[in-house]
Design a protein around this ligand. Structure first.
Ligand SMILES: Cc1ncc(COP(=O)(O)O)c(C=O)c1O
Length: 483
């Protein structure tokens, strides 16, 4: 049976169900499969005409033991997870007319219109399935820069085995994203708007880590997370890399490039693992905005935390790409002691310089770039004027990075991951198009309906967040348990 271990090496191997329900490993590490499954060219060939759901079934079956989730259960979990998606193909790809061999992979056709729906639709369904089977309850806690929160809230809403605590940095996300979280009236959804977070979502992650360290509290409240620290998110996200590859290539074996607007490296980690499994990817492009941690990691070998810059692509205003440690674990052949030492050094000093050998090893097949707000706005304008296709600011960062790196890319086809719908960022679209009026492509019916609903939210100052959360979670727990 495929077991899961912590990339810091401090916990005994666990089964898939435990890794998913734990979220974080108890030693502060990230769960990884003990062995990464490999996919052969023959398998890819056989998968060429599969639908997204059929492909997801095949890939997930490599990671999930049948004794834990049977084939029928997995099919049913996938079908019900993606039922609320608005497009039949789940992830349509659009070829740009004004660029050669360039495809936009639209990952925003789920109910909360960002790519977070792709991972969370399945993961929350799976968590709920395990909890119902065990007769247990979990308190899920996530920090969000505007997209994980709405998706977690949407998929958790009304599920009686789950309470979802969703923390967001007030004024650092758009009002549209905020409404997606606060307009759900279900008693098990608890949005927290947190003021004065100098480091935005990263500050909220730090408080969540502290709650995890509080063993008594963690156990009593059955604390877990579906942020991309949870292996289930990364696993599910590997599927769209395989799907993109099979959709755009003429024959198996051909290589492609993919550009990914990135913050926490969850999505890119999935792409990197798909390549490790055997998917023929030439370059993965880490597309950063001015918060350029990944650009530093992949161009100079420096992992460092700098001050947060607020940008037009606010969902990737993220300082620490936590999932990088998960990817690195595989690049150093599972040397968890090294990972532990590096993580500890970075935590203590806020900076880390990898030696040239390690840098050469992990950066192979990666390119990185940092895109300015001016470039982001200009590109949204250019693509809309030239071909009537509206990019959201994150997809624009993805395309912008490929423009900057064009000389290093070669002739391979390029897939840019469009991670959110433009309707989530109307002010940026107005600035980009120099127009007070929004085009129809910048609106979405779900956002319009959310505007008509009343809002429910806890307001909180960052300085007191930890105690406020402990108090609110404890009271809710007592209330729901009838204590
Ligand atoms: C729209 C959007 N694009 C990209 C990202 C970056 O994804 P990741 O944190 O997995 O790198 C996020 C979230 O963090 C997002 O919300």
């Amino acid at each position: 049976m495929l077991k899961y271990i912590s990339n810091r090496g401090g916990v005994a191997p666990v089964d898939f169900e435990t890794a998913i329900l734990d979220g974080f490993a108890a030693d502060g590490g990230l769960y990884v499969p003990q062995v990464l499954p490999s996919v052969s060219a023959e398998q890819l060939q056989q998968w060429k005409d599969l639908t997204y759901l059929e492909l997801a079934f095949e890939i997930l079956s490599l990671f999930i033991d049948r004794s834990i989730v049977s084939a029928d259960e997995l099919k049913e979990l996938l079908t019900s997870a993606y039922a609320p998606f608005e497009k039949q193909g789940i992830i349509p790809l659009q070829q740009l007319k004004s660029r050669k061999d360039t495809y936009i992979m639209e990952l925003f056709h789920g109910p909360t219109i960002s790519f977070k729906d792709i991972g969370l639709a399945f993961l929350v369904n799976l968590v709920n399935f395990f909890l119902q089977r065990k007769g247990q309850h979990l308190s899920l806690i996530v920090a969000t820069t505007g997209d994980t929160g709405p998706a977690t809230a949407y998929f958790s809403a009304g599920k009686s085995n789950i309470d979802a605590w969703v923390l967001y940095p007030k004024e650092m996300i758009t009002p549209e994203q905020e409404r997606q979280m606060t307009s759900l009236q279900h008693a098990n959804i608890h949005p927290f708007a947190v003021s004065n977070c100098p480091d935005g979502g990263d500050d909220l992650d730090a408080v969540i880590s502290k709650l995890y360290d509080n063993q008594d509290f963690k156990e009593k409240l059955q604390l877990s997370s579906v942020n991309s620290i949870n292996w289930g998110r990364v696993m599910m996200q590997t599927v769209h890399y395989f799907y993109a590859y099979l959709q755009v290539t003429d024959q198996v074996g051909e290589k492609i490039n993919l550009s990914v607007p990135s913050g926490g490296f969850g999505n890119l980690c999935a792409g990197a693992l798909a390549r490790e499994m055997g998917l023929p990817i030439k370059n993965l492009l880490a597309a950063n905005n001015k918060n350029a941690c990944l650009q530093r990691i992949f161009s100079t070998g420096t992992f460092s935390k700098e001050a947060l810059i607020n940008t037009e692509s606010s969902a990737i205003d993220i300082l620490i790409p936590f999932n990088f440690w998960r990817y690195l674990y595989f690049k150093v052949n599972g040397d968890s002691q090294k990972i532990k030492d590096w993580m500890d050094e970075f935590k203590a000093s806020g900076t880390l310089q990898f030696d040239p050998q390690v840098f050469a090893c992990y950066s192979q097949g990666f390119l990185a770039s940092s895109v300015t707000d001016e470039q982001t706005l200009a590109l949204i304008n250019e693509i809309y004027s030239e071909e009537g296709y509206l990019l959201d600011p994150h997809a624009a960062v993805g395309l912008g990075a490929s423009d900057i790196l064009t000389d290093q890319l070669g002739d391979e086809k390029l897939v840019v991951l469009a991670t959110a719908h433009p309707a989530k960022f109307p002010e940026t679209i107005r600035r980009a198009l120099n127009s007070a009026e929004l085009p129809p492509e910048a609106t979405h019916h779900s956002i319009e309906s959310a505007k008509k609903l009343s809002q429910k939210v806890h307001l909180c100052e960052y300085q007191v967040l930890e105690s406020a959360l402990i108090h609110a979670m404890q009271s809710n727990w007592e209330l729901t348990k009838g204590l």
